[in-house]
Ligand binder design. Structure first.
Ligand code: ADP
Ligand code: MG
Length: 504
């Protein structure tokens, strides 16, 4: 399906150091909150913004004797995400305990999938420009619990904890170190978010912490990455640092840029980069050390004895596969192939599934390119200006389609269509009825057009001579005729008549 959208890989970002060029190598671990009403191992609600500690079951609070019960829907969501990333689905996976102490973690451990993740290798095609894309390999997706939230800024002497998020299902999506620049990293997260929003498996609301990324960055010399790719040997790459918990595409880019330059300066000074976890400070625009490898937690992973290995059946996976929606890459390819849209326009229209659905409703049975122009330029332009989402559009797909039908039948001109669109936007109503009621009808009656052309020609002999010498000036007559007819004459018909009368 995608083969016609053949793409070339973008150039990797090169940073010039004091002693030569450097390239970036980036791998992301994205935590995506599973779109689900209930938590991964309890029936408590996942609603955002609830009263603190109101969505906490005995399981989430880790009361003695409570046992986790896997939420089948969350498993299905992980499988759906895996299928969306063209990944291998593991029919057998297992949960491990990742042990650490923190006040927002009542169990004293997080249930995760270290050794046997539910999803194996997959890929994401990250679009950078029309015809330019990067294939980023996915290493794995595992299911795990989120922790609660400690709040240190509400009281000078006390810390608070909100356990509403405790036990909410997360998918950790781990990429291979295939990303080669800050823009690509942001585009990767955006594409992943887009795919999951199409699938309905993650809302992707980064502000609410719904989607956050740990960003691994290293630098290497030109040629090293190709050597890594050819051999699979990680050791030819530089030592990486991990920047934790990024929830803004802009900050991800800034942090990578800063971190790469920091590492380059260290290496060029004769030092060595230490593998560590760092935090990005957006106010200062820099990353700083959070903990080094030596201070890294020893999580003492072991299989969770409360949970049996998770076995799923191929038939169940197949059923999920059958119910999959069309994904952004496929939709975009179809818009290009079947509707003749440019890759750029198809990209704009498929960015959000709601936009794509609206466009398809407008384009159905009509000229695809014209529908795309109107949706992108008139509708999206207007929605942006007013800060409205497509769901809030005052003009429905049927109404916009009605305007396009009047253009297609030649009843109204493009100029009238814009006026009509404006009326439908502000007042609502059925386009054909409005056009009728307000006398918006372009004159294609050749007799009437001929009379108007004759009159303008007779009144402007000097202009006639000029236009005969320079046919480009014939447009002046068309303009005059349109003006004389109050913009109602069909411009194409006028043009033709003017040319005929002037003998051009
Ligand atoms: P670990 O074994 O510590 O879990 P992984 O090899 O699984 O480390 O990698 C964790 C993340 O770091 C992955 O997203 C991976 O792509 C990324 N990564 C690994 N090596 C590098 C590197 N040299 N530079 C940048 N990112 C890297
Ligand atoms: Mg790993």
């Amino acid at each position: 399906m995608l083969d016609h959208l053949s793409y070339t890989a973008p150039e990797p970002k090169v940073i010039a150091g004091a002693k030569g060029d450097w390239e970036l190598v980036i791998g992301l671990e994205v935590h995506a909150q599973v779109a689900s009403n209930a938590k991964l191992f309890s029936g408590a609600s996942t609603a955002f913004g609830a009263e603190p500690n109101s969505n906490v079951s005995f399981v989430d609070a880790a009361m003695p004797g409570m046992l986790p019960v896997i939420n089948e829907f969350c498993v299905a969501q992980a499988v759906r995400t895996g299928l969306g990333l063209k990944a291998q689905i593991n029919l057998m996976s297992a949960f491990d305990r990742k042990n650490y102490f923190y006040p927002d973690l009542p169990q004293g451990y997080q249930i995760s999938q270290l050794y046997h993740p539910i999803v194996g290798e997959g890929e994401i095609i990250v679009d950078m420009a029309p015809g330019v894309a990067r294939r980023v390999r996915i290493e794995r997706i595992h299911l795990e619990q989120d922790a609660g939230k400690s709040i240190h800024d509400m009281d000078p002497a006390l810390s608070f904890v909100d356990l509403n998020r405790t036990g909410v299902a997360l998918m950790e999506i781990v990429s291979r170190p295939d990303i080669r620049g800050p823009e690509e990293a942001a585009a990767y997260v955006a594409k992943l978010r887009q795919i999951m929003r199409y699938l309905g498996t993650c809302d992707g609301n980064m502000q609410n912490g719904n989607l956050r990324a740990d960003v691994n960055v290293s630098v290497c010399k030109p040629g090293d990455y190709e050597r890594y790719q050819a051999t699979g040997d990680h050791s030819v790459l530089g030592t990486r640092c991990e920047i934790k918990n990024m929830n803004s595409l802009r900050f991800i880019q800034q942090a990578i840029e800063y971190e790469a330059r920091r590492q380059i300066a260290i290496i060029e000074d004769g030092g060595t980069v230490v593998q560590e976890t760092r935090l990005y400070d957006p106010d200062k625009g820099e990353t700083r050390s959070m903990r080094s490898k030596e201070e890294a937690h020893d999580y003492r992973y072991f299989p969770d004895p409360d949970l049996l290995p998770l076995e799923i059946e191929q038939g169940w996976v197949d059923d999920i596969a059958t119910g999959m929606p069309e994904l952004p890459d496929e939709k975009k390819a179809r818009f290009v192939q079947e509707l003749g849209l440019s890759e750029y326009d198809a990209g704009v229209l498929t960015a959000e599934v709601e936009n794509a659905d609206f466009f398809e409703a407008v384009a159905k049975g009509r000229d695809g390119k014209q529908a795309a122009n109107w949706v992108i330029n008139e509708l999206f332009g207007r929605l942006n200006k007013e800060g409205l989402s497509i769901g809030e559009s005052p003009v429905s797909a049927a109404q916009l389609g009605g305007v396009l039908d009047l253009i297609a039948s030649g009843e109204i001109s493009g100029k009238m269509a814009k006026d009509l669109f404006e009326i439908v936007w502000t007042e609502g109503g059925e386009p054909a009825e409005i056009a009728q009621a307000r006398g918006m009808k372009q004159v294609t009656d050749l007799g009437a057009i001929e009379a108007a052309v004759d009159q303008i020609i007779a009144a402007n002999p000097a202009q006639v001579e000029k236009a005969k010498a320079n046919p480009k000036l014939a447009g002046w007559f068309t303009g005059q005729v349109l003006k004389a007819t109050g913009g109602k004459a069909n411009p194409a018909a006028v043009n033709e008549m003017v040319a005929k009368k002037l003998g051009l």
